[in-house]
Design a protein around this ligand. Structure first.
Ligand code: MTE
Ligand code: MO
Length: 528
């Protein structure tokens, strides 16, 4: 028979797999249905109040972790005992496991808001733990498979010595240390992976639920109405407002940070008169401004898709920054995301009266998680990498000669004003169309300056003025269109925009790095 330590190890591993799988299923079904959490909650409920008070006083904010750790220590002891028993007879071990699953089930199902689905995590844990225990016990005994075959079932374990323990120093008969240890290693990996994934899924669910439960206040300052003529409604032309589902998404996160709005807090500190901390609830109670702003990525190639226009709702950044009191020689806001990403934004740009927002909504919807829920920055006129921090949690008021944001040491310019640009949406590059009257259309943007003119030329002929759509202000892109009598053959189309400062886009082609691409969007079409 395997020695007691081997049994304990097998029991601990099987217990770990049971809890890991229970956590994974809880993460998928309902995070609150985690048996460990429920047992912890029940322990609190069943403890006499003086004990609970004592624990709170002694452990303070750590009372929950200490409680969970306590539950886990007890579970570990039982799991080890279960494994030791299972060496003698698998059924003894399974009985212990069953008893514990029953306690977990009882705790989960007696929670005030429990539903029948909440039984799933504990049951899944029971099945996974039973299988693992049987499998490890058999591996320890040098046998294959998990469950005893029909012929073995009646057989009693054979004792090596009258005491049931092997003579010291000798490898006990019917014990395969290697197979046990490789099995334990496999079980530990499965248990750990399941627990981590379960936690992730659980957090994700909790944040989704909190987001769904957020009621958006009305704007104190509504956006200027979008003029009826802002959308030319030409097939293939980008709509004036980009739907959330279609909005480009750029960030350095592998998985979007899951930020619980109830724990979210924005801290403003550094070169300020008095540091400020604000919670999500406080932010939602402040005056809210609505604004249509086109966001653009510095990585956008000429003619690229990394640009989109949305209606944002948020607190004006100066409202909070003035509470903190910016010191006169500060020129940079170093904002940090929940995942550590940073942007460096010029103070003068944020404070000059434009609609720089701590945004909480996008197109009438609570900010999507991928776009920065619960709060992100939006600053008209600046590329996203220097201004649009998603999941923003911290602002250090500082100076460009003292601090650097994420992309600066990676070869991108510290400051990133958006360059005047234009794009042809229809006809599509490389596309083919029929000869005759057709429309060339697209969008142009020069945020916070505004677009004054768009010109198009075909086959390097004369520049012709495109018709401009209406816009609510200088912070959005502007649709344009122009008629074209397309003749058969291959044609080159080019576009260039002029902004309200009188600057016309340069023809000189520059790549996105270090501060944004330049050049005229040029494409060829085949006319049949
Ligand atoms: N936390 C965080 N915020 C971020 C980024 C990031 O990598 N992490 N990328 C920035 C860049 S480069 C751009 S262009 C915009 C894109 O915002 P979107 O994904 O909502 O379109 O977010 C900005 N905010
Ligand atoms: Mo970007």
């Amino acid at each position: 028979m395997a020695p007691a330590w081997a049994g304990a190890l097998a029991g601990l591993t099987a217990g770990g797999v049971a809890l890991g799988i229970a956590q994974l299923v809880a993460g998928l079904v309902r995070p609150e249905a985690s048996p460990v959490l429920a047992v912890g909650d029940s322990v609190v409920d069943l403890s006499p109040p003086p004990v609970v008070d004592f624990a709170k006083e002694t452990f303070g904010v750590y009372d929950k972790p200490v409680l969970i750790a306590g539950v886990l220590v007890v579970l570990a002891g039982v799991a080890a005992a279960m494994g030791v028993l299972a060496r003698r007879r698998l059924a003894y071990g399974l009985l212990v496991l069953g008893g514990f699953a029953a306690i977990g089930l009882l705790a989960v199902l007696t929670r005030p808001d429990a539903g029948p689905l909440d039984a799933l995590p504990a049951l899944a844990g029971l099945v996974a733990g039973s299988w693992t225990l049987a499998w490890l016990v058999r591996r320890a005994a040098g046998r294959r498979g998990a469950w005893p075959s029909a012929g073995e079932r009646g057989a009693r374990p054979t004792a090596g010595t009258p005491s049931g323990e092997p003579p010291s120093g000798a490898e006990p008969a019917g014990f395969d240390r290697r197979r046990l240890l490789t099995g334990v290693a496999g079980g530990v990996v499965v248990a750990g992976a399941a627990a981590v994934l379960g936690r992730q899924f659980g957090e994700r669910q909790a944040v989704h639920a909190a987001r769904a439960g957020t009621a958006l206040p009305r704007p104190t300052t509504p956006a200027r109405p979008i003029p009826a003529g802002a959308d030319l409604r030409i097939s293939g032309l980008s709509s004036f407002i980009t739907r959330n589902a279609d909005f480009y998404k750029i960030d350095t996160a592998l998985i979007a940070p899951q930020v619980d709005p109830n724990e979210w807090m924005l801290r403003i500190h550094g070169m300020v008169d008095r540091p400020v901390e604000v919670t999500y609830a406080e932010l939602l109670r402040m005056p809210l401004t609505e604004a249509d702003v086109t966001l653009a990525c510095v990585s956008n190639e000429v003619g690229g898709e990394l640009v989109g226009n949305a209606r944002w709702l948020g607190v004006r950044m100066p409202d909070l920054l003035r509470r903190a009191g910016l010191q006169a020689d500060a020129d940079m806001l170093l904002s940090t995301s929940a995942d550590g990403f940073t942007c460096g934004t010029p103070v003068d740009v944020v404070m000059d009266g434009r609609d720089a927002l701590f945004a909480v909504a996008m197109n009438g919807e609570v900010l999507p998680v991928d776009h920065g829920f619960p709060v992100r920055q939006v600053v008209p006129g600046l590329y996203g990498y220097v201004s649009a921090t998603k999941w923003v949690v911290d602002i250090k008021v500082t100076r460009f000669d003292r601090d650097e944001a994420y992309w600066t040491p990676r070869g991108w310019s510290a400051k990133g004003p958006i360059k005047t640009q234009s794009r042809i949406d229809v006809p599509k590059a490389g596309g083919s169309l029929k000869a005759g009257g057709t429309t060339i259309a697209g969008v142009a943007w020069a945020q916070h300056k505004g677009i004054d003119a768009v010109e198009v030329r075909v086959d390097r002929g004369e520049w012709r003025q495109a018709t401009l759509a209406e816009v609510p202000g200088p912070d959005t892109w502007r649709q344009w269109s122009i008629d074209w009598d397309a003749t058969p053959g291959r044609h080159t189309l080019e576009v260039r925009a002029t902004d309200a400062t009188g600057y016309t886009q340069t023809e000189r082609q520059a790549p996105p790095a270090p501060d944004g691409a330049t050049g005229w969007h040029t494409l060829t079409v085949e006319v049949a």
